[in-house]
Design a protein around this ligand. Structure first.
Ligand SMILES: [Zn+2]
Length: 308
């Protein structure tokens, strides 16, 4: 554990995903206790994972805030809630998406069919299905969180919905410090993907988020992965430029004949990717193609996309 700002302690867990670690944050609460933000993946042995961390703290955890419903952030919520007795707080919209992604209506055959409809070869779709199956088992979300809305306050931290990486992603802000989740990252760009239950234009949502982050003029963003950001506005500008380049590359990959999103993804990303990274690549390509449709730079045709 490491103190990364006044009253903010960071703990980092290993991840067996496309990225090898995730950060969670303990914020000193006004009561002297702690607020935990994000929970890593769910564990088969929550006691072994969390007890050493909780024992290092000088006071109990009094609440748990989840920034978004991705497995590496919401996954351990139930584990640590059961160990601490603390309530879980989650964004209202994010929670609805959490239930639809990980709850009873989740259907892996339907998910695989959706990927195949976007051109993914059946063999790769099967690999993704297995990976999604394993991942689903590591998502220990809670059934009855307290729901947060934009502009709510949690113990002096302001809640803000910043869409794009996840539809209902929330951050916490106090002064010029933001607990950012994956809204902005250093060294890598947050994945912006289109999924069956996503809002229609996640990249458009995310470009608005980058504008908002740039305008905040923060001095510190504490992120879900990689290093903390001392100049989040500058990083927001870099990430925006990256997406405009990728939009141009996606537009350049289109011609008169419709191409599937998978075919386009092979031009935008390396061909030799694991099933996990191939899924990210396809979802990211779809988000860019849908943004091109919204801005009249592409049209949907025969289940794929072509130039207008
Ligand atoms: Zn993450």
């Amino acid at each position: 554990m490491e103190e990364v700002a006044d009253g903010v302690v960071r703990v980092t867990f290993d991840l067996p995903l496309g990225i090898d670690h995730v950060h969670c944050y303990f914020l000193r609460a006004s009561s002297g206790a702690w607020t935990l933000v994000d929970t890593g993946l769910g564990s088969r042995d929550p006691e072994a994972r969390w007890r050493p961390v909780l024992d290092e703290l000088d006071a109990p955890v009094e609440r748990i805030v989840v920034t978004h419903m991705h497995p590496d952030h919401v996954g351990g919520a139930r584990d640590v809630a059961e160990l601490t007795g603390a309530p879980v707080l989650q964004g209202r919209e994010d929670y609805a998406q959490c239930v639809s992604a990980w709850g009873a209506e989740r259907s892996l055959p339907r998910l695989a069919g959706w990927w195949e409809a976007h051109g993914l070869p059946p063999g790769l779709a099967e690999g993704m299905r297995q990976e999604a199956d394993n991942l689903g088992r590591a998502v220990h979300w809670v059934a009855d969180p307290e729901l947060l809305d934009d502009d709510d306050t949690v113990d002096g931290w302001r809640v803000q919905v910043l869409r794009g990486h996840a539809d209902g992603h929330i951050v916490l802000r106090r002064g010029d410090v933001m607990i950012a989740g994956d809204t902005v990252l250093g060294g890598i760009t947050p994945a912006i993907g289109q999924y069956p239950n996503s809002r229609p234009d996640p990249l458009g949502d995310y470009l608005e988020t980058l504008d908002k982050i740039e305008a905040m003029e923060l001095s510190l963003a504490l992120t879900g992965h990689k290093h903390r950001l001392r100049d989040p506005s500058a990083r927001a500008r870099e990430i925006r430029a990256h997406h405009h380049d990728r939009l141009d590359a996606a537009a350049a990959a289109l011609g008169d004949e419709p191409r599937s999103a998978y075919e386009v993804s092979l031009e935008l990303f390396e061909a030799d990717l694991s099933p996990v990274l191939r899924r990210f690549a396809l979802a990211e390509t779809l988000a860019h193609l849908e943004r091109l449709v919204v801005t009249d730079r592409a049209v949907r045709a025969d289940g794929g996309y072509r130039a207008p």
